[in-house]
Design a protein around this ligand. Structure first.
Ligand code: HEC
Ligand code: HEC
Length: 154
């Protein structure tokens, strides 16, 4: 009986040690994962503002610049953002700016390419006092606040 008890207590002791080692490993694993997440978050800039689907504008455009361009589109055509941007599928109250579902977005891309080409080809000498190329023709030149530019004067 004494022998059995001793054996049992040994086993119990052993399993207690084992458990505490496992607990330690577990804690270390958790700490490592957590440290990794914190490091990863610190190393990558906040991603929510980074544009993911630019095909015409420079991919490294700043958030402020992108905002300015988008506001100029809005004003030039007299529309809201949702004229070119589709709704989020899982949250229709918000827009999915990276999505290409709304066909006006692709038309706008073509318009951007066309406008850039017109400036490059026919207005290459238009420079600001500082010598930077300026856009002689922009969306508003034709659209003048309308979705559909007036085609013919009555
Ligand atoms: C006339 C159409 C048009 C309007 C209006 C418009 N956008 Fe855009 N937007 C575009 C196009 C085209 C692109 C993609 C440009 C490219 O491919 O380089 C774009 C891209 C974006 C992107 C980058 C998305 C990504 O992750 O790639 C954001 C953000 C955005 N628009 C926000 C806005 C906001 C906010 C408004 C309203 C103030 C707005 N847009 C109004 C046409 C439009
Ligand atoms: C040289 C003149 C000109 C310039 C510059 C121009 N557009 Fe257009 N755009 C037009 C014309 C004309 C139409 C109408 C075509 C039609 O009715 O089929 C149009 C149509 C559009 C449409 C489609 C509207 C709809 O209801 O289907 C979008 C979107 C658009 N333009 C965006 C832009 C954007 C953004 C810019 C600047 C990057 C721009 N356009 C610059 C002439 C121009």
């Amino acid at each position: 009986m004494y022998f059995l008890c001793k054996k049992l207590s040994k086993t119990l002791h052993w399993s207690y040690q084992q458990q505490s080692i496992m607990k330690k490993n577990y804690l270390m694993a958790i700490t490592a994962v957590f440290a990794f997440i914190v490091l990863a978050a610190a190393n990558t800039p906040p991603d929510e503002h980074k544009a993911k689907n630019l095909k015409v504008l420079p991919k490294d455009i700043s958030h402020e610049e992108l905002d300015k361009v988008m506001d100029s589109f809005k004003a030039a055509l007299g529309v809201k953002c949702n004229f070119c941007h589709a709704q989020k599928k899982d949250d229709p109250k918000h827009l999915d700016f990276a999505s290409d579902e709304n066909h006006h977005k692709e038309i706008a891309r073509d318009m951007m390419r066309m406008t850039m080409r017109i400036n490059k080809k026919y207005f290459k000498d238009h420079k600001s006092k500082e010598g930077e190329a300026v856009m002689a023709v922009s969306c508003i030149t034709c659209h003048n606040g309308n979705k559909h530019p007036v085609a013919v004067a009555n």
